[in-house]
Design a protein around this ligand. Structure first.
Ligand code: NAI
Length: 332
């Protein structure tokens, strides 16, 4: 199609924003034949930095980039957007309580929900990246009731891709031959990276990872821990949090959502829970999903063993607790 799609990135002057906007302008988000207009939002203290990013976009002469809006005005940023990538948020600083971070972020997401409702395209697809990602997405959904709930998601694709990467490293397979890992629940260290349904393509045959690795202690122990704590490991190594892998995973999330998942492949997305697999209802929970014609569907009928079910329940309970805390914060 030749009509440009309007894509908003909030927190665009931040680290993920800086990695993400060139990917979008290169066609990695929506395809190499899809022109885009970028709407970049940040807050007043970052206005000058945001303008610097705008200047670099101009200087890059991206053929697909048909326009740039760089603003600190939420309503202007939201105008007509068809994809909204919510990266902006208040970071946790040393000495801050969990509740303080939550209060800052839920009020940001409540306000931005209203702006999106008023000014974005009615079919706008939203992905929340900023933490607490699942709960920010839930607040956004609740305060933008005009959008169908299926249009509001949060990013757990980075965790999903990390799981694929760990399996590839362990088995020596190319990461493109690994699929169907699952991230269940919250994008936090309570998430459950589940390898039980993952397969590796070996000479054209799909082999379960458990058959290939034959090391349950690693699969149930170190693998799970490594994926859960990868974010912290990146911060330790780089002194900054993961930005390029987060940006790349945002592109995977949106591209699969819009253009579909390949036959026989699922991906992980934080979506509104309908209670599948015993997850609590009405929280944004990460499930295995397939996508077709711009809509996601939770994969049904997977066999979950007792040990896994316990872990699904734990991360679900954390989301229920976060939701409760978020509503307490909004009352104050
Ligand atoms: P950053 O601090 O470099 O950038 C955040 C940007 O948001 C800043 O430019 C800031 O000015 C802006 N901002 C703050 N309040 C805003 C508001 N009300 N409206 C618009 N913009 C606002 O942080 P970074 O590294 O880019 O990370 C962004 C968020 O993504 C963090 O919350 C981080 O925890 C989260 N994250 C989530 C991941 C996931 O897999 N879901 C992975 C990595 C990071």
């Amino acid at each position: 199609s030749s009509e440009p799609v309007r894509v908003m990135v909030t927190g665009a002057a931040g680290q993920i924003g800086y990695a993400l906007v060139p990917m979008i302008a290169r066609g990695i988000l929506l395809g190499a034949d899809q022109p885009v207009i970028l709407h970049m939002l940040d807050i007043e203290p970052a206005a000058e930095a945001l303008n610097g990013v705008r200047m670099e976009l101009v200087d890059s002469a991206f053929p697909l980039l048909k326009g740039v809006v760089a603003t600190t005005n939420v309503e202007e940023a939201c105008k007509g957007v068809q994809v909204a990538i919510m990266v902006g948020g208040f970071p946790r600083k040393e000495g801050m309580e969990r509740k303080d971070v939550m209060t800052k972020n839920v009020s940001i997401y409540k306000a931005q929900a209203s702006a999106l409702e008023k000014f974005a395209d009615k079919d706008c697809k939203v992905v929340v990246v900023a933490n607490p990602a699942n709960t920010n997405a839930l607040i956004l959904k609740e305060f933008a009731p005009k959008f169908p709930a299926k249009n509001i998601t949060c990013l757990t694709r980075l965790d999903h891709n990390r799981a694929l990467g760990q399996i590839a490293e362990r088995t020596g397979a190319a990461v493109s031959d690994v699929k169907n890992a699952i991230i269940w629940g919250n994008h936090s260290s309570s998430q459950y990276p589940d390898v039980n349904h993952a397969v590796v393509n070996v000479d054209g045959k799909e082999v379960p990872v458990r058959e290939l690795v034959k090391d349950d202690a690693w699969l149930d122990g170190e693998f799970v821990k490594t994926v859960q704590q990868r974010g912290a490991a990146i911060i330790k190594a780089r002194k900054f949090s993961s930005a390029l892998s987060a940006a790349s995973s945002v592109c995977d999330h949106v591209r699969n959502w819009v253009k579909g998942t390949p036959e026989g492949t699922w991906v992980s997305m934080g979506v509104l829970s309908d209670g599948s697999y015993g997850a609590p209802k009405d929280v944004i929970y990460s499930f295995p999903v397939t996508c077709k014609s711009g809509e996601w569907t939770i994969v049904q009928g997977l066999k979950i063993d007792d040990a896994s079910q316990k872990l699904l329940d734990i991360t679900g309970q954390e989301l229920v607790d976060e939701k409760k805390l978020a509503y307490e914060c909004l009352k104050e």
